[in-house]
Design a protein around this ligand. Structure first.
Ligand code: F6P
Length: 382
């Protein structure tokens, strides 16, 4: 049996741990197995750039960050686009068949899993493993890398506190997560931030300023705001996608945290600084939880391969490792549940999420009553 591995998209912790889990299980249970590692993700598959891996390549990598294979971003929307006469999909299929692969394990996030699903639909024996610090893959409760990223982001938010306190400043900290707020919410809670801004809950800058003022009135001399890189204001959330994209482009590489800070400077009596944690959130060694879950994911991946159960994504569901069809997850994102228990509970504790649900509810109620009164008046007049 010959199995290909590739790690695609943004790297994260525990990619190596996951590959080790698959490899060890295959070596143990399939006597003649050969593992081929494609270099730099789908690019390696497209250009036939690979190396034959040996059991010793998987030794000592359980806690090693990054990926022994290298990674690259090959956007899904470009996969079927022929560039300079190069047909990427046909090239990948050719490499797969030339190498006489029996299976291909793709360790990737949302875009990479869409491509994996496409290859499965093209007839290749593909399995997916859910990789991303963002934890936004639909159909799994967990994507490996997430806990390690939370660990780093929390540590960063904790460290900022002492300097924020010394200078009595408001610090707006950018946390990764792409279009979702899982890392920001978790790290924000873990670090005790009283203001957390996530994409799923568009913020009103006046509410954020009011929360800072409340803290100041309570004698708290500094504030650390955990702000997701995808956080969005209520006004921007109303913009058409194209207009919003134009607005983001006009920021010239400066992210939403700068906008938040500039607006807060107009509304609050405080010195404000911004800081971005950045790619460090994807770096370094995986935390024990990621090593453990990735090992379990890897074993399940190997089981799928041994059972010839292809076109599936390994997932964690209610504490159990299992799998779902790749086509079920492709193209869907797993957002923070804004009506869920976590959000409900931290609101109860007084954490500001940049909105004011009670006031919004009250405004909706008043508007509804006004409408009703108008209708009744009209009926009476008729
Ligand atoms: O998907 C992981 C992630 O780290 C996101 O949180 C972030 O938006 C993005 O990748 C950054 O991508 P790049 O490494 O291409 O800058």
């Amino acid at each position: 049996m010959r199995v290909g591995f590739l790690t695609s998209g943004g790297d994260c912790q525990a990619l190596n741990a996951t590959m080790r889990g698959i490899a060890k299980t295959l070596y143990r249970n399939v006597p003649d197995v050969e593992i081929i590692g494609f270099i730099d993700g789908y690019k390696g598959l497209m250009y036939g750039n690979y190396k034959k891996l040996k059991p010793k390549d998987f030794v000592g990598i359980l806690d090693q960050g990054g990926t022994i294979l290298g990674s690259s971003r090959c956007p899904f929307k470009m996969m079927r686009v022929i560039e300079d006469g190069f047909d990427k999909v046909e090239a990948m299929k050719k490499t797969y068949y030339d190498l006489k692969l029996d299976a291909l394990a793709v360790l990737g996030g949302n875009g990479s899993l869409k491509s994996a699903n496409m290859l499965a639909q093209e007839g290749l024996n593909v399995i997916g493993l859910p990789k991303t610090i963002d934890n936004d893959t639909w159909g799994t409760d967990y994507t490996f890398g997430y806990q390690s990223a939370i660990d780093i982001a929390t540590h960063y938010l904790d460290e900022i506190k002492t300097t924020a306190a010394s200078h009595h400043r408001v610090m707006v900290i950018e946390v990764m997560g792409h279009k979702v707020g899982h890392i920001c919410l978790s790290a924000g809670i873990a670090s005790g931030c009283e203001i957390i801004l996530i994409p799923e809950i568009p913020y009103d800058i006046n509410e954020v300023a009011a929360a800072i003022k409340r803290r100041q009135a309570e004698g708290k001399t500094y504030t650390v705001i955990a702000c997701a890189e995808g956080a969005i204001s209520k006004e921007d959330a109303l913009l058409k996608k194209k207009k919003y994209k134009e607005k983001v482009a006009a920021r010239n590489g400066r992210s939403v945290v700068h906008e938040v800070a500039e607006e807060l400077a107009q509304l609050c009596d405080a010195e404000i600084r911004v800081s971005c944690i950045g790619h460090a959130q994807r770096g370094g060694r995986p935390v024990p939880y990621d090593r453990m879950i990735s090992t379990r994911f890897g074993i399940e991946g190997a089981r799928l391969i041994m059972n010839r159960s292809f076109g599936r994504l390994v997932v964690l569901y209610h504490g159990e490792v299992g799998s779902i069809p790749l086509e079920d997850t492709a193209g869907k994102l797993d957002y923070v549940d804004v009506n869920g228990k976590i959000v409900e509970n931290i609101r109860l504790m007084g954490v500001c999420l940049g909105d004011n649900p009670e006031a919004e509810e009250e405004a909706r109620r008043i508007a509804k009553e006004k409408k009703k009164a108008k209708r009744e008046k009209k009926t009476k007049e008729e």
